[in-house]
Design a protein around this ligand. Structure first.
Ligand code: GCO
Length: 436
């Protein structure tokens, strides 16, 4: 196989992503309560200690720096900041100031996510994202964080993967609150869209009040490449198209247009959404085969392709080409720059992780050559961490965590990725070395 150098645009940003609940330990929110219910987490574990990142963030950021990362995406744990409604923990706010300062001191740019899956218990008890007031209940927290961190050079993410929150929490019942109701799923997606608008508006207002230049703000969507199980069957093709529209497109089109889409319940223009998207954060892991003969809403899926490699635990197929198609479709439809905020694989086979990263970056490069504007690429994740319903059963880290001693050990993939960053892309040599 002949390889050529695939060099990325000048100024392309490289790094890794993580979230508070999955790494920090010691959080107290709707997820930590959910984990206590037997059977919810497959390995019976909890996030109680996770990676102890709350106490070890400096050590982790030393690693990010040593590994050449230019950006680190992380989330702020809302339940730490506002543990009771309208009660604010100044020491916790200051903690995140130190976190941001620690990154900046290492020359790693912070990308701050305001909401990554978890909710404070008071918010859950007020109905969570089903409550029509939920977007405005979320807003004051966003304002406090923006007030604290606006003096630093950071990038803002509002809501992480709204459709994952909605579908896994309210359609398939695998995430808290464990509901299975299609109508509620759409309501939650709509409220998360409005919450994104509220968050962006709060951040913008704070910068405006302080006379600061506006920062970059984006929501982060999870995308899957839906494919008909039978590519000759019209109904399968139609179902794949329908799911793409619903899952990949509807929410982000609402955020960009400022109008709540009909599929999410409509409601016309929502003022806070105006000017809420500077770029789209895109998380891609895999494709999804769908069949019209099966009940998708009941979770029935066609068999996977046995020839494809899989992600540990989650069982996602490795399907790099889907990345190329999705990036092209988002760009051609919205013409808004894309930041690849998560891509990676859970595996104990680190050579598979190396291959996965290279194969996906080849597709990203292919999209860039087509003219798709891509700003950066972040590996999920810097370290192994608590993988939601899979507990510690899926290893996504460039850096291994020994959960007995909490020792961190960079894997070969971490050094490979450092080389990619140094070269600003994939040299022929690196592709030859890891793909053959
Ligand atoms: C996210 C993700 C992460 C997961 C990762 C692997 O949605 O941002 O869910 O939190 O750990 O996607 O599943």
């Amino acid at each position: 196989m002949e390889y050529s150098d695939l060099i990325f645009p000048k100024g392309f940003l490289w790094g890794s992503a993580a979230s508070a609940h999955q790494t920090e330990g010691g959080t107290h929110n709707d997820w930590s309560e959910w984990e206590k219910i037997p059977g919810k987490i497959r390995d019976g574990s909890t996030s109680a200690i996770a990676c102890d990142h709350y106490n070890r963030y400096e050590e982790d950021f030393d690693l990010a720096q040593d590994l050449g990362h230019q950006v680190h995406r992380f989330s702020i744990e809302w339940s730490r900041i506002e543990p009771a409604h309208d009660h604010w923990k100044t020491d916790e706010i200051e903690h995140y100031r130190r976190v941001v300062e620690a990154l900046i001191a290492r020359d790693v740019k912070p990308m701050i996510t305001l909401h990554h899956f978890t909710n404070p218990l008071w918010f859950r008890d007020m109905g969570g994202w089903l409550n029509p007031e939920s977007p405005t209940l979320f807003a004051p927290y966003c304002r406090r964080i923006a007030e604290t961190l606006c003096d630093y050079d950071v990038i803002w993410n509002t809501i992480n993967e709204p459709l994952v929150v909605a579908t896994l929490g309210y359609l398939f019942g695998e995430f808290p609150p464990g509901i299975r109701d299609y109508g509620k799923t759409l309501t939650v997606a709509k409220h998360l869209l409005m919450a994104h608008g509220q968050a962006a508006t709060q951040v913008r207002e704070v910068y405006e009040e302080q006379g600061l230049e506006q920062p970059q703000i984006a929501p982060v969507i999870s995308v899957s490449y839906f494919m008909p199980a039978d590519p000759t069957n019209e109904d399968d093709i139609e179902l794949a198209r329908y799911l793409d529209e619903l899952y990949n497109q509807s929410w982000i089109s609402g955020a960009i247009s400022g109008v709540v889409p009909e599929v999410l319940g409509g409601g016309g223009a929502y003022e806070p959404l105006r000017n809420s998207v500077d770029f789209i954060g895109v998380n891609y892991y895999s494709r999804m085969l769908v069949s019209s003969k099966l009940d998708f809403l009941a979770g029935e899926m066609p068999p996977k392709d046995p020839s494809l490699e899989r992600c540990e635990g989650l069982d996602w197929e490795v399907y790099p080409e889907g990345y190329y198609h999705i990036l092209n479709s988002l760009w051609s439809r919205y013409n808004v720059p894309l930041f690849l905020t998560e891509n990676g694989i859970g595996t104990l086979d680190d050579s598979l992780r190396c291959r996965y990263i290279i194969l996906h970056l080849q597709q990203v490069h292919r999209a860039i050559v087509d003219g798709v504007r891509v700003l950066g690429y972040l590996v999920w994740s810097l370290t192994d961490n608590f993988e939601w319903t899979y507990g510690y059963g899926s290893h996504f880290g460039l850096v291994e965590v020994d959960y007995e001693t909490l020792e961190r050990r960079p894997r070969q993939s971490a050094y490979m990725f450092r080389q990619i960053i140094e070269q600003n892309g994939l040299t022929a040599e690196i592709q030859r070395q890891y793909l053959s």
